[in-house]
Ligand binder design. Structure first.
Ligand code: SAM
Length: 510
């Protein structure tokens, strides 16, 4: 078997493997990279995005993390190729196939809509201004670009869950429902215990290695058949099928045991189901007594939860040799209450609930001193529009006040000169103009200090505080982060403990 690109993506992208195009921080698209020229485009396969077009030829054999520029895609050859195909198929419309023609049963507005979306694709195909980063597939990047079939568990939640559940290489995990497979990809990485084969190892070495350590495994259950099928396909195309078993099953009714005796043999359980308490009666070490089953079914108001008598012999899906750790993921507190009550009845311990409220913090340095002074650094272009407009107004007001003061002073000089000519005493004139110039000066002083004065003052202040170079460290929370708020219930079920185990332990530990 080939290593999965999720564990071993190699140094660079290769044809036939999964790559992820990161267009913005939280905007990623997956692509199975193809070197084939069998495409509508002259360039071969192309990823058309709102941020430009990326022919696969520009994405192949690139070291992961490469920044790729959008290309201008030859849409002419695309249409001539499609035209040719249409002609070959004898499907050309009366207008030569170019103008939108109504398909059977298509209304006029549908034709216009189809044409509009076609022109959007062409626009995107011809745009070449954008760039993207080519990154390898990981559970984190996959969660952000997987095809959504359901609500998914996001990275902030699953990283906390896997850590709280103490998932480690070699563990067996039960996951239900599988949904879109976001949690499946994160959990398979957590249990992965290395490949039992080496590139040139013979069968015997591989078998020995396989025996020497337990292989981790994810047992994934989903009752919606198309979802289960789709996930199975994705898991296979990601090279993870030897580590994940997807089963199409209603776990409320049919539980978790598989045909083979030693499967799933689970250490860890994660339930992302609408009614997790309905699945709990199947997660026990011994058959629950009728009284316990009644108590568990009482935990639910749902009649479908009533235990049905079964003729099958009891088999536990849990690993008898390890403490089972469980987490249930529920959006409502009523679901939590029912789950906790069922867990108690079934003997689970250390039951607790957590709620995750993930926040992303943006941390940066800010020229705080200069900002306090109404300037954003020494660079005037860094100012906001409002600040720039205010600054222009200040400059204008200052100029007006300055010219007013100058005029008053000129008047003063002229009046004095005229009074002197007439041989009058200048005292009266002087006191009148003094009053005017005093008012004009006061007006000028009342204005905000000039840019030059402010900059000088700010620099002096910052030099004193040694902040001018560094800026002050500030942070703010980003409101948008992809996570689905839910309540997480955690609990443990102690391992089986027999008289034999007790004797062995006494012997060993004294
Ligand atoms: N954890 C998944 C992920 O990260 O992508 C999302 C799970 S989705 C919210 C819940 C899934 O549980 C749905 O796909 C639904 O079909 C499935 N489901 C609901 N009841 C079920 C049952 N009784 N047995 C198995 N699957 C069930």
């Amino acid at each position: 078997p080939q290593p999965s690109p999720f564990f071993d993506p190699g140094a660079q992208s290769v044809a036939g493997s999964l790559g992820v195009l990161q267009l913005k921080r939280d905007h990623l698209i997956p692509a199975i990279l193809s070197a084939s020229s069998d495409s509508d485009y002259a360039e071969g396969h192309v990823e058309n995005t709102r941020f430009g077009s990326y022919p696969h030829s520009t994405l192949l054999n690139q070291p992961w993390g490469t920044q790729v520029l959008a290309s201008v895609v030859d849409t002419g050859s695309r249409s001539s190729k499609s035209k040719k195909r249409k002609r070959d198929e004898g499907d050309e419309g009366e207008n030569g196939g170019d103008a939108p023609t109504a398909k059977a049963g298509q209304s006029k507005s549908e034709v216009v809509k189809a044409e509009r979306s076609r022109s959007e694709v062409v626009k995107a195909a011809t745009a070449s201004s954008g760039f993207a980063h080519l990154v390898p597939p990981t559970p984190e990047t996959w969660t952000l670009c997987l095809p959504h079939r359901t609500q998914v568990v996001y990275t902030p939640d699953y990283s906390y869950i896997l850590q709280r559940l103490r998932v480690r290489p070699g563990d067996h995990i039960i996951e239900a429902g599988a949904g879109s497979g976001s949690f499946t990809h994160a959990s398979v990485r957590a249990v992965f215990n290395g490949y039992p084969w080496e590139s040139n190892a013979d069968e015997e070495t591989t078998a020995k290695k396989r025996e020497s350590k337990r292989e981790g495994h994810v047992y994934s259950y989903e009752y919606h058949a198309p979802r289960a099928e789709q996930l199975q396909k994705e898991i296979a195309s990601h090279g993870l099928d030897s580590l994940v078993t997807v089963t199409n099953r209603d776990v409320y009714g049919d539980g978790f045991c598989l045909d083979s005796e030693d499967e799933p043999n689970a250490d860890v359980i994660f339930l992302d189901l609408p009614a997790p308490w309905q699945a709990l009666k199947h997660l026990t070490r011994s058959p629950p007594s009728p009284a316990v089953l009644n108590a568990v079914s009482d935990a639910s108001a749902d009649a479908s939860d009533t235990p049905q008598p079964t003729s099958k012999p009891f088999r536990s899906p849990l690993n008898p040799k390890s403490t089972t750790r469980i987490c249930t993921f529920s959006p409502c507190i009523e679901q939590v209450t029912k789950t906790v009550s069922a867990l108690r009845s079934l003997g689970w311990l250390e039951i607790g609930m957590s709620e995750i409220q993930a926040k992303r913090l943006e941390v940066r340095r800010e020229r705080v001193g200069l900002q306090e002074e109404g300037l954003r650094g020494a660079n005037p272009t860094a100012a906001t529009v409002q600040e720039a407009v205010q600054r222009l107004r200040d400059v204008e007001d200052r100029a007006k006040a300055f010219h007013g003061l100058q005029k008053v002073k000129q008047d003063q000089v002229m009046r004095r000169a005229e009074a002197k000519k007439r041989g009058e005493k200048t005292a009266a004139a002087t006191s009148e103009t003094n009053g005017k110039s005093g008012a004009a000066k006061a007006k000028l002083d009342a204005l905000p200090p000039s840019k030059h004065d402010r900059l000088e003052r700010a620099k002096r202040d910052l030099e004193r505080r040694a902040l001018f170079k560094e800026g002050r460290l500030v942070h703010r929370t980003e409101p948008e982060i992809k996570t689905h708020t839910s309540y997480l219930v955690f609990a443990i079920l102690p391992r089986e403990w027999s008289r034999e185990d007790e004797d062995k332990a006494r012997k060993k530990w004294g």
